[in-house]
Design a binder for this molecule. Sequence first.
Ligand SMILES: Nc1ncnc2c1ncn2[C@@H]1O[C@H](COP(=O)(O)OP(=O)(O)O)[C@@H](O)[C@H]1O
Ligand SMILES: CC(=O)OP(=O)(O)O
Ligand SMILES: [Mg+2]
Length: 436
Amino acid sequence: MSLILAVNAGSSSLKISLFQRLPREPKTPRLLLSSSISSISSPPAKFTFNHASTTPCSAYSSSEPSIRDHESAFAHFLSRLKEDATIDHQEIQHTCHRVVHGGDYRDPVVISEQSYHHIEKLRDLAPLHNGAALSVIKTCLKTLPDALSVAFFDTAFHKNLPRYVSTYAIDQKIAKDRGLRKYGFHGLSCKPPPLYAFIKRVVAKHLHKEEDALNIIALHLGSGASACAIRAGQSIDTSMGLTPLSGLPGATRAGDIDASLIFHYTSESPSQLSHNPAIANQVHMTKAEEILNSQAGWKALTGTTDFGEITRKAQLSAPSSSTLDNPHTLAFQVVLDRVLHYVGAYHLALRGKVDALVFAGGVGERSEELRRAVGEAVNFFGYSAIDERINGVVDDIEGIVVDIGKYDGGKRMLVCRTDEQMEMARECSLAEEFWN
Ligand SMILES: Nc1ncnc2c1ncn2[C@@H]1O[C@H](COP(=O)(O)OP(=O)(O)O)[C@@H](O)[C@H]1O
Ligand SMILES: CC(=O)OP(=O)(O)O
Ligand SMILES: [Mg+2]
């Protein structure tokens, strides 16, 4: 058997799927098993293991207080793989790794000393991600030495962003020398046609459109949240930037702020820092990153990373100054406000020609409340009203893409169950050069 292990190191989770490559159908690798470890950043982590290939499919989940990070999460998975699944590790020929920041890499790369160091150098530009992915890659190199490790990059889908979109209004020499530009993330992409590659491919199929004719606004809302405007199948703007910090707030990320805020947040005022630039460079940059990446977001507003808990505790009627005193209501409205900001901007970027608004990611796929609120707000753009009989039971509906709008001729509202592991496995399976 030719097996492909696909590993997706998200900021709060590790999702792993094992596929079998079928040489006659390389486009559709067969899912054998999948596993996920969620809440890694707010323990105890939750572990699930699903044998897709047994009938009936068998699954279990457990709470795992010993999992502290992505490395221990992956080690736990490997031990379960050995004990619970009769898989011979030797049969794993390829491991695919989602690496969030690829810098200038435009295509997937085989892990070598050189590519490993390239990814390591970008660690600071994806502080919640690249280091985590590297810890898993390192374990794979050690425990599966005969398998080829291939890295797939979130940034690749956005490689053709218009220059005026990717350019920050700063000194262009410094920007060029240091690679300071908008990269964009969540775009797990491979060779053309390049996710947002996964979303694009399955939504085009669902809407019976060619991928290169597809215009959508995709909202990938999870612990890390971003929006993307896709015109004719290409990313033309996205809300994350140089790092996955900017744009929408996430579970522990601030999203867009006034860049000066951080100096006022910390105890040293800007005037004190200017007397001692060394402190500004060495201490406060890292402190600022830590605050904005790990001590912010809806967790900072409410104390929980779980957006489901936020919607359960929020008052979801029209906000008023008294309901906004409830921190859960406030957090919900902050997220909604920022999402609508980008949805509005991207309608303009697409000149109103939008086939569908697509919700994906842990929050996008599970929060009927957020979808309802977004749906009500965008209705005047010509979207179909949300069909509440479907919006409330999306989890129970099979299929990768679910229509949540009424069929009344308006623009479509869709939920797409993203599967970054499948996207990597598919591209790996299709790439002849990885198999010869
Ligand atoms: N029932 C739910 N309703 C709303 N949000 C949820 C629900 N269950 C999980 N989530 C959110 O999904 C997020 C995880 O999203 P996911 O995309 O899987 O993670 P990652 O960003 O690590 O890849 C968690 O931060 C949690 O807030
Ligand atoms: C890029 C990013 O933020 O990814 P995730 O949502 O998986 O943390
Ligand atoms: Mg993710």
